[in-house]
Every structure is written in C-alpha cells, then in structure tokens.
Design a protein around this ligand. Structure first.
Ligand SMILES: NC(=O)c1ccc[n+]([C@@H]2O[C@H](COP(=O)([O-])OP(=O)(O)OC[C@H]3O[C@@H](n4cnc5c(N)ncnc54)[C@H](O)[C@@H]3O)[C@@H](O)[C@H]2O)c1
Ligand SMILES: [Zn+2]
Length: 340
C-alpha cells in the first residue's frame, strides 16, 4: 500500500529512507533549481539522477539515459529512487525505476499541481511512443507519495493552470458542491492545499476500488480521449499545448458529446464551457480527420469502437460510452463556434 501525505511544507520522516543501500534523487533542471533546495537538507546522503524537463523528454531515449545513470551510480535492487518533479519525471522516472533490475522502490515527490492532484496517485507509469501518449508503461505503485503544496510557489502560471484542469475534472465527475465553489473564483484565488487534499482523497478512493482500470477508474479519463489526441497532435507541431490545456479543451468537447447523449443539460454544458474557456482560452482544433488515427488507438477502446468516459450531470460520471465519429465532429463544430 502506498503511503500518501499531503501537507504544505516539505518534510519527511527518517523512517521513509531506512534500510536502503543507496538513495538516488531524480530531477529535471527546473526541479533541481527550484525544488531540490527545499528538501536537500532533509534527505540522507544521495546521488543525483538528472533528465531534461518537458514532455518531449518523455521517451525511450531518456529512459536509456536514466538507466545508464542508475548503472553508473551503482544502484542495486535495494536502492531507493526519490523522484522530485511533475508528471513527466514522475511517469518516466517511475517507469525506469520499476523496470531497472526488475524493479526498484521509488518515492514520488510531486512538484506541479498536476502531479499533486493527479499523476502521483494511482501507480501508472509510462512514456510516449511517437505521438501516442503514454503508449508504453506499467502499473507500479510508489512506496510513498509525499506532497507539499509549497513547491507550487515557483511553478510558472501556465503550469499551475494546466494542473488546474485535473482539479476541475475531479470536481465535475465527483463533487458538485466543490465545483460550485471552485467556479466562483479565478485561478489565483484557489485554495491549493484544500483542492489537492480533495483530489487525492477522491482519486485514491477510485484507484483502491479499481487499481488496474478495468471499470470504475475509467471515469478519470473524462476529457482525456479528445485531450490526449490533441496533445499528441500538437507534440509534432511548432506550437506547445500543455497536458492540462489539452484536457480542458477535451472536457468541453466531451461535455458536448455528453450533452448530445442527454447526459448533461444545455445549462450544465454552458456552465462547464464558460468557466473552462474563461480560464484556459480556446485551443485551435485541427480538422478531426487528423485526430482520428489517435482516437482509434486510445487505450480505453475496445476493437474499433471509440469509448469515452463522460460526465453524467455535474458531479457524476459514466464510462465505456461508445461515441460515433459524427458525435465527435458535432462536438468540434460546437467548440469552434463558441465565442470567447
Ligand atoms: N500517471 C498518471 O496517472 C498521469 C495522470 C495525469 C497526467 N500524467 C502525465 O503527466 C505529465 C504532465 O505533468 P506535468 O504537467 O507535471 O509536467 P512536467 O513534469 O513536465 O512539469 C511541467 C514543467 O514545470 C517544471 N516544474 C515542475 N515543478 C516545478 C516547480 N515546483 N517550480 C518550477 N518549475 C517546476 C518542470 O520542469 C516542467 O518544465 C504528462 O506527461 C501526462 O501524461 C500522468
Ligand atoms: Zn490528465
């Protein structure tokens, strides 16, 4: 069982590190500069493992480099890897640790809102494969996830906003009251400690019931079928689209699909679209044909059918809903026509 702590200041009990032969701290250049200084004196002696920041590094070449650094640093089966970073070092570092010498223990210290509220919970590891997001990966839980919201102080605003998409997603699929309070406030007035605590509680409960995503856990993919397709598409253009920005657009598009299926009322759809577009602005959609190959490859599909997790009124969700190409085109037309 993964131990999970959510606090504002970073602090670790000594017992967390007891019994390991070597400690390795994996960071990217930004977390090394901004986050490592907050914890370095709180850790026992350790070696550094470094990687380049950003989604473009979430690939096999980076894994090879990290496995090489693990090897050069003499890590053995009794080593512990402490991953200090957002979802990219988190997913990739966990993948590398969980496969190196058939698996090392690792601890996640998430430093982005996205990683605190979402990616550090649930035991999914992974890397991208070409434009296919998280196409290669495993389920491997950390021994602990240690969250401290103080790390958010140095996080660039656009990254904070990206993580906010996952918080909004959790509200829309599980907590109507929290959504009502979140949508009263702009991004800079949210209570991050409270929101991270609530996201962690909700996601952990879902993951406990369905660790391998054979049913209920699929609801967490709301916004992600369209979101991942957009994110993958943008990865190979000159413009950058953050995961959360893609998911935000995905939640509006899939919100419209839910509306077409009478799972959301027009009023609910408008509420979702207005708030999300107010905070995130509008993403330029490619023609839907360009997204189809990746939509058809989505891990949630069965055979050639596109299956989605959709909101069922605000505060609940359903999963494995077959969606037609026509419904996707209509959702894209709705999105394109929204005035901002
Ligand atoms: N495993 C899961 O269940 C799961 C769930 C959701 C998302 N994800 C994955 O998470 C990834 C996105 O995560 P992310 O948004 O955290 O990206 P990220 O790790 O790339 O972090 C975003 C940027 O912020 C910098 N940064 C991180 N913490 C900082 C801090 N405290 N101060 C200053 N800069 C900081 C990073 O160096 C990077 O440049 C995607 O690859 C997505 O697929 C995984
Ligand atoms: Zn996500």
């Amino acid at each position: 069982m993964t131990m999970i702590r959510v606090q504002s200041r970073p602090a670790f009990p000594k017992s967390l590190f007891r019994g390991y032969s070597t400690l390795a701290v994996l960071m990217d250049e930004n977390t090394k500069m901004h986050c490592y200084p907050l914890i370095k004196d709180k850790l026992p002696p350790h070696v550094w493992i470094e990687m380049r920041a950003g989604e473009a590094s979430k690939n096999l070449a980076t894994c090879q480099n990290i496995w090489q650094q693990f090897t050069d640093s003499g890590l053995d089966r009794h080593s512990l890897v402490i991953i200090v970073g957002g979802g990219v070092p988190g997913d990739l570092g966990a993948f590398c640790a969980s496969t190196f010498k058939r698996g090392l223990d690792f601890i996640l210290v998430p430093t982005t809102l996205l990683a605190m509220a979402d990616s550090s919970i649930g035991g999914k590891t992974g890397i991208d494969f070409g434009s296919l997001k998280n196409h290669i990966g495993t389920f491997a839980p950390p021994v602990a996830t240690w969250i401290a919201t103080d790390f958010l102080r140095t996080l660039p605003l656009e990254e904070l906003r990206s993580g906010f998409a996952e918080v909004i997603k959790h509200c829309l699929i599980s907590d109507r009251r929290l959504w009502a309070s979140v949508r009263q406030k702009p991004l800079d007035r949210q209570d991050w400690l409270k929101l991270v605590q609530s996201s962690v509680k909700f996601k952990s409960a879902v993951v406990r019931k369905d660790p391998k995503e054979s049913g209920l856990r699929k609801i967490l993919n709301y916004g992600h079928t369209m979101g991942h397709a957009l994110e993958g598409y943008y990865l190979h253009t000159n413009s950058r689209l953050l995961h959360g920005d893609a998911v935000a657009a995905g939640m509006v598009l899939e919100g419209h699909i839910a509306f077409q299926k009478k799972l959301l009322t027009r009023q609910e759809l408008a509420e979702i679209s207005d708030y999300i577009l107010g905070v995130f602005g509008k993403v330029e959609l490619p023609v839907m044909e360009k997204l189809m190959p990746s939509l058809l490859q989505d891990k949630k599909n069965r055979g050639k059918k596109i299956l989605m997790a959709l909101p069922k009124h605000i505060g609940q969700a359903c999963f494995d809903r077959p969606v037609s190409e026509r419904e996707i085109w209509d959702a894209a037309a709705y999105y394109d026509n929204i005035q901002t």
